[in-house]
Design a protein around this ligand. Structure first.
Ligand code: GLN
Ligand code: ZN
Length: 762
């Protein structure tokens, strides 16, 4: 029988039990022993569920209190000095939490470790911090304990650990220059012996297979890193009596494929959803290794076309026999937990979907069918039927949308006039001072606002009462901005739960789950909408709110929209057409909204694209194609306005060097960005490129409750003015204010406006 295994299961729990327990523990209302208990019962439940589905080898080590890379750093004793870790003692749970969040119920607070995106997913890991003379040791027992735990429950555990090269690549250190600095490779000498000890201990526990994750093999690796593989794995293989399964995911191995195939490991896993390495080539160089293939998508929520997978798998099975294994494409960490809980989704839509638990059933079905199990036929038939129904559903295909997309090639992608002419007309129309001030859109989402929305959604507050309350919030927000003398006002986004969900709920083609949570980082989870069909805007979405806000003031109020790439990036996207097509549909819907806002008298319109950079493919060779369609969609959405309507965009990250050309190609009249923490240095990219349009470099960090100082903000703007013409500069915070309290916001914005006034008189 074909061996089935899983690369990882979501740890949060079907009802986010882990989140609740962690947060209660941090708040001091749950004992550590109670927290441990929640963790243990989640592991037990998840293993049982996988075993019941028919999975042979169960992942252990995929559970993490905060993040799996952080767990492994603690296992290796990689704890930065500021956390005061005793060099001989084990790393305890509170130290782990202090590394993640800066504080824990015990121990002295210290600056938290950096967090960054896990490849091109929306998951974030805690970046290991390494010194040049970093020492490693086995400093935490939880992995070994969890192996015992799984064994005691009668399971066959397959520990999952990050591979040494991936671990080093993902780490940083003052003495290292970027992810791929080959100086890090010198640490292998001390790191490998500890890996050997870990593998030996696992083997001593009776473990047969260890999954060792090396996802960096799907990246463009410098030679030194690629060459290190053979050396490292020779040493690891020699140490261990457990067999190593090298797992790769998120893409094809391409130029790293032969390297992976040469390694002295017992098995290799390839992602067949995002990877398209030539399987004939793989087989011809596989030797006696196990080949594990992932056809079930760990990163999206659609049922798999099992017939298509079987067509490839059957001849492979002939060739490889028991050496062919099956798994999901990557860890199911990136999938919601269980579709069965979705009692509000209609049965038709539900029949197209698969969450982590259902994916395991799909995997078992695929395995059964491959083994010629007669019982699999009924399951396959049902799957086929669901897929056919989906592909033919009139809910997915809207001829009007298809027609519009067909004709969209003829739509202009250019504003009527070049920026220099536009900005002159805009200045005439808007009459703004030098160093104009504005904010990024949201104002504090108070408890009253959230309660009103909850009551309204529960039917306890009627539409009229809800609208009235939101209008009062908007009025308060406008009044405040006038008082503090901001120049371009916003309505404050009180009516929005979330910048993507809000639009998804007003567009056709989107569906929402009740429990479709996916871990983003630590205890934070997101619930991405599902884009299942053609996107259409049945009605204007923001116009009435904007019109109301503008009616309250003579100052310009910015219309506020989420951009097409960001809506795409933060959703589960249909897999039956290219992402670029879906993005274009969203762009066309937004184009109508932009025009309607303009017609309603809104002279400034902002289209947020904070996720533009996240969409970058893992391989640089694929960047341009992505940026081309991303920029095209932004322009499609925004260019249909008159010269004197001012288009803003906003991005809250601080790396623009390598995409500055695309940023300029957006041709937004004004871009506001996050800069306060980088001391304006990121503006070098704009200076070097001679970026022509207006820029608002954020002057204070909205993540901090501290009140920014006037002189400090003036200083930052002076630094900005050394890099860019001061006529082009705006003054604004780094991002939206929705997570701040009103008291904090008031102090901060008053100081910001004071700073702008000071700059004007200088
Ligand atoms: N307009 C949004 C806000 O102010 C932008 C949020 C973001 O950049 N993530 O909240
Ligand atoms: Zn932002």
């Amino acid at each position: 029988m074909t061996t089935l295994h899983n690369l990882g299961f979501p740890r949060i729990g079907a009802r986010r039990e882990l989140k609740q327990a962690q947060e209660a523990y941090w708040a001091g209302t749950l004992q550590q022993s109670e927290l441990e208990h929640v963790g243990r019962s989640l592991r037990e439940r998840h293993w049982a569920l996988q075993a019941q589905a028919g999975i042979d080898l169960l992942p252990v080590g995929d559970f993490a209190w905060y993040d799996q890379i952080l767990e492994f750093s603690c296992l290796l004793g990689v704890v930065p000095a500021r956390f005061g870790q005793d060099a001989d003692a084990d790393v305890d749970l509170d130290t782990l939490f202090r590394m993640a969040r800066g504080r824990a119920p015990t121990g002295t607070p210290a600056a938290a470790c950096e967090m960054t995106k896990w490849f091109d997913t929306n998951y974030h890991y805690i970046v290991p911090e390494l010194a040049v003379d970093q020492s490693f040791r086995i400093a935490r027992e939880s992995l070994f304990e969890q192996v015992e735990e799984a064994k005691a429950l009668g399971h066959d555990p397959k520990p999952v650990i990050p591979g040494p090269l991936t671990y080093l690549y993902l780490s940083k250190g003052e003495d290292f220059d970027g992810a791929d600095d080959s100086a890090k490779l010198a640490l292998l000498e001390t790191l490998i012996p500890v890996y050997r000890r870990i593998l030996q201990r696992l083997a001593d526990q009776g473990v047969q297979w260890v999954q060792i994750d090396e996802p960096i093999l799907v990246l463009d690796l410098p030679d030194a890193w690629q060459r290190a593989y053979l050396r490292v794995y020779d040493q690891l293989a020699a140490a261990s009596t457990a067999r190593l399964l090298l797992a790769t995911y998120f893409g094809a191995l391409k130029n790293n494929l032969f390297t992976a195939l040469e390694l002295p490991v017992a098995g290799l896993h390839l992602d067949r959803v995002r990877g398209d390495d030539d399987l004939e080539q793989v087989i011809s160089r596989l030797g006696d290794k196990v080949l594990s293939l992932g056809y079930i998508n760990g990163r999206n929520i659609w049922r798999t076309d099992l017939d298509a997978a079987l067509a490839t798998l059957k001849p492979l099975k002939e060739a490889l026999g028991d050496r062919l294994w099956l798994a999901p494409s990557c860890s199911l960490l990136h999938s919601p937990v269980d579709l069965d809980q979705e009692d509000k989704l209609d049965t038709e839509l539900k029949s197209w979907l698969s969450f982590a638990k259902q994916k395991l059933d799909e995997l078992a079905l695929l395995g059964g069918a491959l083994d010629g199990d007669a019982a699999a036929e009924a399951g396959l038939q049902a799957q086929r039927e669901a897929l056919r129904a989906r592909s033919e559903s009139t809910r997915i295909h809207n001829p009007a949308v298809a027609e519009r997309i067909g004709a969209s090639g003829d739509l202009s992608r250019d504003r009527l006039s070049p920026f220099a002419e536009r900005i002159a007309k805009q200045q005439d129309a808007l009459k703004l001072p030098a160093f104009p001030t504005t904010t990024i859109g949201s104002f504090p989402q108070t408890r009253e606002i959230r309660e009103a929305r909850r009551d309204w959604k529960a039917g306890k507050l009627d539409d009229a009462a809800y609208t009235e309350q939101m209008k009062q919030e908007i009025a308060r927000c406008i009044r405040y901005q006038e008082e503090v003398e901001l120049d371009v006002l916003v309505h404050g986004e009180a009516e929005r739960n979330d910048m993507v969900e809000y639009f998804g709920e007003l567009l056709e083609g989107f569906a929402f789950t009740r429990f479709g949570w996916v871990q983003s980082y630590g205890s934070r989870c997101v619930k991405p909408p599902i884009i299942f069909g053609d996107v259409r805007r049945p009605n204007p979405m923001t116009v009435e709110w904007a019109r109301y806000a503008q009616s309250l003031t003579d100052k310009p109020v910015k219309g506020m929209l989420t951009g097409p790439v960001t809506i795409l990036q933060w959703s589960f996207v249909r897999d039956d057409q290219p992402r670029s097509e879906t993005c274009k549909q969203i762009a066309l819907a937004l184009r109508d909204e932009v025009r309607d806002l303009e017609n309603a008298g809104i002279k400034v319109i902002q289209i947020d694209e904070p996720a533009l950079r996240e969409g970058l493919p893992l391989r640089q060779g694929e960047w341009q194609a992505y940026l081309d369609w991303a920029v095209d969609c932004f322009r499609l959405a925004t260019v249909g306005v008159d010269d004197d309507t001012q288009i803003h965009t906003h991005m809250c990250y601080s790396e623009f060097n390598d995409i500055i050309e695309a940023i300029a190609a957006l041709d937004a009249d004004v871009i506001t960005i996050e800069t306060s923490r980088s001391n304006m240095e990121l503006l070098d990219a704009f200076r070097d490129f001679q970026y022509p349009n207006d820029i608002g470099p954020g002057v204070y960090d909205i993540h901090s409750p501290n009140e920014p100082d006037v002189a400090w903000m003036v200083g930052l703007m002076e630094k900005a003015a050394e890099r860019l013409p001061k006529e082009r500069l705006w003054v604004n915070p780094d991002c939206g204010l929705k997570t701040r309290k009103w008291e904090e916001t008031q102090g901060a914005l008053a100081n910001m406006v004071a700073a702008a006034k000071q700059l004007r008189t200088a």
